[in-house]
Design a protein around this ligand. Structure first.
Ligand code: EPU
Length: 418
């Protein structure tokens, strides 16, 4: 297994290009199944999760190719399969998007239930209730959701919670249903809006994209399309917090400031200087870091996917801050590892109290999930000495060319293959 060696203490300087968003690319890839023919997605990041989704599509009979410019073409003329197996879904929950896509395209599906994850049960009940409301018959068979959508119809459905995954899954299916479907309390994350935009480009009529109420008039004859994946706001945010703690000045090329409003507001409160530059965002610390509390919330609130990185940043702040995760109350596996680097963090229920500033010191640590790993990298960049991060396959799921990008900014980061 590869490990990452970070020799801390270098400031970050220069430009870094933000990749296409993982959490947009994955549902857009699933959406290509809805129309026979070849769809093209530009700006797809090179990530392990993208390869997993490509395997899901291939298993379902699609042909997936990537060109040198990073565009992915998916030919789903012959979607022969209707089963997304446990082996794939357990490695990546987003494989569950196969359910909405198969219901949409084939009117039947057999998709493994994802199961829990390292930081909680992560249920899919809202996805299933929504499909039920649309007349899809669902059964559970040996850990698989088996769907018969031969009598699918339009419906009005209010999501119990604005789940990103449920919003996407229901949209995928509704885009193929000619009668109107109204989804309320839908997630407003930019990645969900990106899916709605793609479905519009494929021929579905969707009103309210970007709001919490979508009115969808689908079509049984969706067309393939070409779309560009939106920039990854979480990757951008990760570099933003990294420079905040390590020091320096970087420009996040291609970042979309509109998608980062809450993070930028919090960063400015914490004393970072953040300017919207041409084609991106320029960031640098501006004096002492100020402790700032955050509480995660659905978009446009503070993203749970930035919680771990914010905790890393706050280890350098002059005073105590409280970081609360309301979306995933158990998503704190990074805390024990950050403590190994010298951080002073206590947890009570879903609230971390971070006491700064501390002088972090390098140590061997272990990645536990994607964003947890990102927080360890940020801490390691600012730490004195060498940090060895193991299990970095988690990082490879969601950060494209991490060591190259950090290296180009002046960090000393090396991958040891093993
Ligand atoms: N929830 C339910 N029932 C459901 C679905 C969700 O109770 O049927 C709850 C969850 O337990 C959780 C909350 O709703 O408390 C939010 O879950 P959501 O469904 O919105 O999350 P997701 O679709 O499984 C996506 C991202 C995650 C990100 C969350 C929240 C993708 C592929 N994944 O997951 O990203 O944390 O939204 O924003 O888009 C990551 O990139 O590191 C990552 C974990």
């Amino acid at each position: 297994m590869d490990i990452l060696i970070v020799r801390g203490g270098n400031e970050l300087h220069g430009d870094v290009r933000v990749a296409g968003a993982k959490n947009a690319a994955l549902p857009l890839m699933a959406a290509t199944l809805l129309a026979p023919g070849r769809s093209v997605l530009e700006n797809v990041p090179e990530l392990a999760d993208v390869s997993t989704m490509a395997r899901v599509l291939t298993t379902l009979g699609a042909e997936v190719q990537r060109d040198e410019a990073g565009a992915l073409s998916v030919d789903s003329t012959n979607p022969a399969g209707d089963t997304a197996p446990y082996e794939l879904v357990k490695t990546m929950r987003a494989s569950f998007y196969a359910l909405g896509a198969l219901i949409g395209r084939r009117r039947r599906a057999r998709v493994s239930l994802p199961g829990g994850c390292a930081w909680g049960p992560r249920p899919v009940g809202i996805h299933l209730s929504g499909f039920n409301a649309m007349g899809v018959q669902l059964e559970l068979d040996q850990g698989y959701v088996v769907a018969d959508a031969s009598r699918i119809h339009g419906a009005r459905f209010v999501l119990d919670f604005p789940s990103v995954g449920a919003s996407v899954n229901l949209l995928l299916a509704a885009a193929t249903v000619p009668e109107p479907t109204v989804l309320e309390n839908v997630a407003r994350e930019p990645e969900v809006t990106a899916v709605a935009r793609m479905l519009q480009a494929m021929g579905a009529t969707i009103e309210g994209a970007g709001t919490d109420k979508l009115r969808i008039h689908g079509s049984t004859e969706l067309r393939p399309c070409a779309v560009r994946v939106i920039p990854d706001r979480i990757e951008a945010g990760t570099y933003l917090t990294a420079v905040g703690l390590a020091g320096g000045e970087i420009t996040l090329r291609g970042a979309e400031p509109e998608h980062l409003t809450m993070l930028i507001a919090k960063a400015v409160e914490a004393g970072l200087q953040v300017e919207v530059a041409e084609d991106g965002i320029r960031v640098r610390p501006n004096g002492e870091l100020i402790p700032v509390d955050v509480e995660t919330a659905v978009y446009p609130g503070f993203a749970t996917d930035m919680q771990a990185q914010w905790i890393a940043l706050m280890t350098g702040a002059h005073g105590s801050s409280f970081v609360t995760d309301t979306i995933y109350p158990d998503r704190f596996t990074h805390v024990a590892e950050l403590v190994r680097l010298g951080a002073r963090i206590g947890i009570r229920e879903n609230v971390a109290k971070v006491q700064g500033p501390v002088k972090l010191k390098g140590a061997p640590v272990m990645s536990t999930d994607l964003r947890a790993s990102a927080s360890l990298v940020i801490a390691a960049l600012a730490a004195e000495g060498t940090t060895e991060i193991s299990r970095i396959y988690h990082l490879d799921r969601g950060y494209e060319k991490l060591e190259q990008k950090l290296g180009s900014l002046g960090a000393d980061v090396e991958r040891i293959r093993g």
